[in-house]
Every structure is written in structure tokens, then in C-alpha cells.
Design a protein around this ligand. Sequence first.
Ligand code: FAD
Length: 413
Amino acid sequence: MSEQRRDEVRPAQRRVVVVGAGMAGVQTAVALREQGFDGSVTLIGAEPHQPYDRPPLSKAVLLGKAEGSAFDVDFESLGIDLRLGSEALGVRPADHVLDTEAGPVPYDVLVLATGAEPIRLPGAEGVPGVHLLRTLDDAERLRPVLARQHDVVVVGAGWIGAEFATAARDAGCAVTVVEAADRPLAGALPAEVAAPMAGWYADSGAELRTHTRVERVEPGAVVLDDGSRLPAGAVVVGIGARPATAWLTGSGVELGAHGEVVADAHLRTSARDVYAVGDCASFPSARYAERLLVHHWDNALQGPRTVAANIIGEPTDEPLEAYDPVPYFWSEQFGRFVQYAGHHGAADRMVWRGDGSGPAWTVCWLREDRLMALLAVGRPRDLAQGRKLIEAGTPMNPRLLTDPARPLKNATA
Ligand code: FAD
């Protein structure tokens, strides 16, 4: 479509309001400007801090190796009206109004990017010494725990639990990780893959107690379901996160089974002129033939580009862009760089490249001869090549795949 035609159909000075000033919200505002949007952009965030990146919170920020992780974005020069310390309380789609603590904010297009919030341990709230790890404030509260080398009990051996345990061991804390399932990352990875990871805890000097539930938390101790009592100078709860969408209840914006905003393939919600992106939203993936709810950084980087393109394109008759990424995330734990790309199902066939007991190995998931996903430990080249092969749907040769010395891109059928 010509620029002239675009201008004819584009209403003058549309107002886009983005709620949530985390990665997805900031990237949406920035992408709008990068893609030439010239209407007003307002970015509203509940936290008082200059918008910041979360992955460093469980890594460098926690260890005091970095002061903070604020995004390097000049909001003023981009013409983004940044309103911090202001919580959105509800939305009235029929009126095109967002209600916030600071009063109603009218919009032409609204983008929901309120992310996720950590699941709390029942009964532990308000007990002194119990921590979560989601925000900059959480990380700052945890820094002295590490600096003073407290005995730490981590509840949950997921991604956050593993990264916190890593930092705490680096700082010289005694660390016990309590996990209700039979293995770490039980919700994300099959037993065969998690098995070598369980050994990483012991190698680092952390104690991992699986099949173990927390009965209650008391000041200075965690009482387990077998009656044993773990002394705890601090308790860090890492038992997952859920979309931060309670404020949308009753608004008419459809929420899914996990409390997430249900978006369509273009990242539009059930409410007119309302989009959703990042940790707070699920979307239908044609690539994986299922709805995905992704709680990882790359999704909060990629999704906003689609949202911005569709906001800019929508008043024209241009086809909207579908969002169908190959999901990607990384984790830094126990001295390993762990990367995962794609999405696998329980029925997909696993092919190992290398021995899980070694320092570097990769697991591939195949559906027929197509690569659906891979997990690479200390093999970033496998990850980079695998991601492209998944994207392209290239047929693979499973026999060649097993040879870790052969580049993944040379293991095609
Ligand atoms: P968020 O980052 O949660 O941002 C949402 C923002 O919206 C928050 O600031 C919140 O305060 C605000 N908000 C919520 N409700 C409202 C409201 N009603 N009104 C106004 N504002 C509101 N991913 C990886 O791939 N690799 C990693 O190594 C990795 N490490 C991580 C380490 C930590 C400690 C954490 C917490 C996450 C990590 N992640 C990692 C995940 C990644 O950071 C998230 O997927 C990403 O931050 C999601 O961005 P988001 O903008 O959707 O949500």
C-alpha cells in the first residue's frame, strides 16, 4: 500500500496506551516509534523504578556485580509518555478507557503487557525472612542475604530456584533446595533430561531434596512434611509465576485457564482495540498446533514487534502479521549456559548429542524427521543452528544427529 493511501485511512493522531512497563511494554512502545507510528504513546507501569530488565536480577544484580539493569531507552526523545508508579485497576473496552490509580486514561488502542507475578507459598506470607525473586526490590532485599552468607532454603527447583541457588553458592551461602516433584524442572523437561541437572546441585555444594514438601515456614526455619526442620536465615520461594491479570476480571477481556489473556494469532484480545503481549498472554501457534503461554524474555522481545506492526497496519487493508515464533530461552545455572529453542511434546522422540554426564551436551526432539525443539548445555552453536532448522522445518537425519562432532546443520536428511 502506498504511503498516501495509508495516510488517507489512518485516523489522525491515534492514542496508544501500553500497560506494564517491563520488557514487553517497553519494547512495544519502542517498536511503535521504530516502525514510524506518529500518534501518542503512553507507557504506564506500576513499579516506581525506571523500567528494567529482569534476567540480570537472578545473576549479576543479585551478586552485586551490577547496580541495576535499567533499559537503555531515552523515552523522552522517543516521545513516549512514561508514567511510573501508577497501577492500572481496570479497563472499559466499550468506552475505550483504562482506569488507573491516577484516574481514567482514554485510548484508541490499548496494549496489555502486565507480565507475570510469582506464586506465593501458602502460609509463608508475612513471615520474616521469606523472599520472592521477581522485581528489582526483591533482588535488592536479597543482596544482603547473600552478602552475609545466610543459610538459605530455596523452595522450588525450577529456573529461578536454580539460578538463585547458583548465586547463593557463589556468595558462599549454605543452600538447601526443596522440591515437591521427583526432579528439578519437572514441569518443563522429561526425567532423562533433568537427571544430569539434578547432579549439578550437588556438584555446586547445594543440597537438593526432591519428593519433599514444605509443611510450614517459621521465622528462622522451614518445617518439611516429613517433620524435619531446616534452619533458614532466609527462604526464597521460586514455585512459578502466573499472569498478572487479576485486575482484568470482569472487564470483558477473555482470560484463559492459567489466568492469561487469550490473544489471537495477531496478538489481539477478545476486546476491540486491545492487544496483549509478553508473559501475560497466550497465543495460538500454527507451528506447534497448540496455544502457547511463554514466560521467557525472547517472547517479550519478539511479540511487541508484531503488536506494533499490527497497530500501525490495522486501519489500512493490509493483512495483519501473525505471531508464530520458535520460542527461545536461556538460563545460567551452576556454571552452565543452558539454552532451549522450540517447543516439544511428550510424544516427540528424543535424540542425544553427547553424554549428559559431560560438561556439554544437547538433546533434540524430533516429530517424524522434523526438529521441534532442542536443549543445549554449553553448546551455543547447536542452539543457533537448531533454531534455524526448526524455523525452516528442515528434515533431519536422526542417525547423523547423534554425532556431537558433526555440526547440527550437517545432520539434515
Ligand atoms: P514483566 O517483566 O513481568 O513486566 C510487567 C510489568 O507490568 C511489571 O513491571 C509489573 O509491575 C507491571 N504491571 C503488572 N500489573 C500492572 C498493572 N495492573 N498496572 C500497571 N503495571 C502493571 N527469561 C529468559 O529467557 N532467560 C532468563 O535468564 C531469565 N531470567 C529471569 C530472571 C528473573 C529473576 C525473572 C523474574 C525472570 C527471568 N526471565 C528470563 C523471564 C523474563 O524476564 C520475562 O519473561 C520477561 O520479563 C517478561 O516480560 P513482560 O514485560 O511480559 O513482563
